[in-house]
Ligand binder design. Structure first.
Ligand code: URA
Length: 235
């Protein structure tokens, strides 16, 4: 098994991030720092990440987490902030699939299935990503239409999106937006571009999955049918 796949199936991090760990010199095989990301792990090899031995878990696990604000979507944080991994009570290590900002809440898949995670994160997989947004000020239909048509968020023009303006008070607007890409801080940058910074952001849906009634900070196992649905969607 290729080293990045081995690290991902141990639930340490995704395959892409595992490549970064190797490049940073944080991975050792049989006591020697690994230099080649193409290394294939052999029977009996001892693999260490940051000095701790890692081994692929015998079982694959799949969770849906309702991420609270104030949690980092990562398996480690130099600043010591709370991690989303701490919210999944399983003896098997999991990592997040994709990313939600520190202050974004909502739907996050957590797994130790590196293959599925990799496929889900691939840019060619255009899953609907549904967000509930509270934006500053009163967003007009014309402004929402700019978001729908595609908008320059600084060197990148977004692809068409769907926006529903749900309600507003004197100072803010509640809207739902569905996007099909996952650029860094995309929704926040889109609303910045129309002059209505995001005050609160929650991902409520990803493909066929929805956050439903799952309380903030809680996670649940994905059903076999849901896991199969994800696998089918990336096939
Ligand atoms: N878009 C953002 O701006 N932030 C997120 O966390 C997710 C999507």
């Amino acid at each position: 098994m290729r080293i990045n796949q081995y690290i991902a199936s141990a639930g340490v991090t995704s395959r892409r991030k595992a490549d970064e760990l190797i490049a940073e010199g944080r991975v050792k095989v049989n006591g020697k720092k690994l230099t080649s990301p193409g290394y294939h792990v052999e029977e009996g090899d001892v693999v260490e990440v940051d000095g701790a031995r890692v081994e692929p878990a015998a079982r694959k696990v799949y969770y849906l987490l309702n991420k609270p604000a104030g949690y980092v979507t990562s398996t480690a944080d130099k600043q010591g902030r709370p991690l989303v991994t701490e919210l999944v009570p399983d003896s098997v290590r999991v990592f997040p699939v994709g990313r939600l900002d520190y202050n974004t809440t909502g739907l996050l898949i957590m797994t130790n299935d590196g293959d599925l995670a990799n496929a889900l994160m691939h840019p060619s997989k255009e899953f609907d990503k549904r967000y509930l947004v509270r934006a500053q000020g009163i967003v007009t239909r014309a402004e929402a239409a700019r978001l729908e048509q595609g908008i320059d968020i600084g060197g990148f023009v977004t692809s068409p999106a769907e926006v529903s303006l749900l309600k507003h008070d004197r100072n803010s607007t509640l809207a739902e937006i569905v996007i099909h890409e996952g650029k860094n801080r995309q929704v926040r940058r889109m609303f910045d571009a129309i002059g209505h910074p995001v005050l609160e952001l929650c991902r409520t849906g990803l493909g066929d999955l929805t956050i439903g009634k799952l309380a903030i900070g809680q996670c649940r196992k994905l059903s076999p049918a849901e896991v199969e649905g994800l696998k089918r969607a990336v096939r």
